[in-house]
Design a binder for this molecule. Sequence first.
Ligand code: NCD
Length: 312
Amino acid sequence: MKHLLSIGDLGAAGIDEVCRLADQFTEVSKRPIPKVPALRGKTVAMLFYEDSTRTRLSFEVAARRLSADVMGFSVSSSSVNKGESLRDTVAAVSAMGADAMVVRHRSAGVPHQAAAWTRASVINAGDGCHEHPTQALLDCYTIRDRLGAVAGRRIVIVGDVKHSRVARSCVAAFTALGAEVTLVAPPTLLPPAVETWPVDTSHCLDAVLGECDVVYGLRVQAERQSEALLPSLREYTAQWGLTAARAARLSAEALVMHPGPVNRGVEIAPEVLDRPNTTLNDQVRHGVAVRMAVLYLLLAADPDPHPGVDAL
Ligand code: NCD
């Protein structure tokens, strides 16, 4: 596999392979010196055109634990501010010898486009409302770790599905592995053509809570909403928030998940965040091992040591 642009690039077998490799990297991460030489001599560039805490830091930690060099790139202090095009930026980063580029951008399709302009491997770290494949992988890994398997689990994804790249990648990954997914959202926050997705839908969180193994909360993504799609945050929480009263109706084993960042008290009540089976910290921790697995899969078998230089 050359690039990771979408969960569809992996399929069920590929997701399983990433999870099995991540088991090994979880073991590496527990060592006193959590580092292996697997990617020594390789360079991983971070092209983040959109804000990030977890995804960016965990890709950086993952690359370093594999002994790769990391090239940082922050749009706010780069030539993008001087009007440089994405194509020229990708060419410059390629020319400096990047073997992989981790790309996040507010527009859907940018990582696919970047992949056409470089011989480096491109990893989609979130493109607009489209996909965020490594988030879905670390979520599969977390469910597998806590519940044994994703197959057969009943997973409720609740919130701003319409604008969520996390939801798109998670639906693809969870259903590929054989989970039953129900999307719950106000009618204005379900995506168009949702009836073509392999999921059930509901507008009522209370109606589906009792039966599920996982409740996956999505952030209310105000920055992606161009119109008023919600009456108010208070009304959102009253109907679709994971309040303490709703969490009390979950089975004791049921997981509460969220990709972060959380709007505390909007999607999830603070006391629900402290519940033992709320997995936000596990998800972040597993993100490092899963991203190590992805970088290893893309780069360790690469016969061309410096694809970017040849492209000059
Ligand atoms: C998500 C993102 O940026 O897509 N966060 C993440 O990567 N952990 C979800 C979000 O911003 O709501």
